[in-house]
Design a protein around this ligand. Structure first.
Ligand code: SAM
Length: 252
């Protein structure tokens, strides 16, 4: 079934998403602190429910049927909707959150304005700084990804300007054993990229030309087997955290 939402086909991604992309408790602690004491929260582009605080009232909004179907039974079912037209009144909730979804919205400015409109308090956005994606060694293997993702990631200045005065962008360190399978989560576990289930849960792979992914993975596999990867990048294997492109934007 075709399930193209934003720029990604989640029908194709299927159930691998919720297996690979789980809430990382260290990142969740930053998100939940930014939400402050909000009791009612809209989660935009909610997907399978990662990072939803389970001790508050969450209203998830998610356009993809395939993603809504992956939500666990203990979380609220998601409302069918898009960021650009949130089905809530002005100031209807205490806070709004959007995790790893902004880069997929056709109109991020409209979506951010909608979040600001419906939330009385904080708007919290987990996103990627397109200028910092090159920090990850993987981009040496797939420079095409660096180019495609940099174009896809909304500019951090645009996000802070749209959300208005008092908006801050904080770097999010990625822990060595991060359980949210974002691309950067595997900085210390290069073998993980060889698993197609891992790559399918990362939308960045779907914007490459024919054969690019296969060629890059063949090179990585050969470098891991020969020891060339460890010689060049091996210090990553023991680095407790990685400072890359992930950012938490908080508008008060
Ligand atoms: C990478 S997933 C992230 C899901 C979840 N927030 C998480 O952290 O696991 C991106 C999600 O954004 C959704 N999405 C795409 N376009 C959207 C839009 N215009 N408005 C709201 N959500 C959108 C997709 O359907 C998908 O579920």
């Amino acid at each position: 079934m075709t399930q193209v939402m934003g720029d990604t086909d989640y029908g194709r991604v299927g159930e691998s998403y919720s297996r690979v992309r789980r809430t990382d408790p260290r990142i969740a602690a930053l998100v939940h602190a930014a939400l402050g004491d909000a009791r009612t929260i809209v989660n935009v582009g909610a997907g399978a429910g990662s990072y939803e605080p389970e001790d508050r009232h969450v209203l998830p909004v998610e356009p993809s049927t395939a993603m809504r179907a992956q939500r666990p039974a203990h979380l609220a079912p998601a409302i069918h909707g898009v960021a650009e037209a949130l089905p809530f009144d002005d100031g209807a909730v205490d806070a709004a959150m959007a995790m790893a979804t902004l880069h997929q919205w056709p109109d991020p400015v409209a979506g951010l304005r909608e979040m600001r409109r419906v939330a009385r308090g904080p708007v919290v956005v987990l996103t990627f700084d397109g200028d910092e994606l090159g920090r990850l060694w993987l981009m040496d293997y797939v420079p095409e990804m660096l180019q495609a993702e940099a174009a896809r990631c909304p500019d951090i200045g645009m996000i802070t300007d749209t959300l208005g005065p008092g908006t801050e962008a904080h770097p999010v360190p990625i822990p060595i054993d991060c359980v949210d399978g974002l691309v950067e989560a595997f900085y210390a576990r290069p073998e993980s990229f060889l698993d197609p289930v891992v790559r399918r849960a990362q939308s960045a792979w779907s914007f490459l030309g024919p054969g690019v992914e296969e060629r890059a993975m063949a090179r990585l596999e050969a470098d891991l087997a020969s020891g060339a990867w460890d010689e060049k990048y091996g210090s990553h294997r023991t680095r407790p955290e990685f400072h890359g492109a992930v950012r938490l934007i908080v508008s008060h």
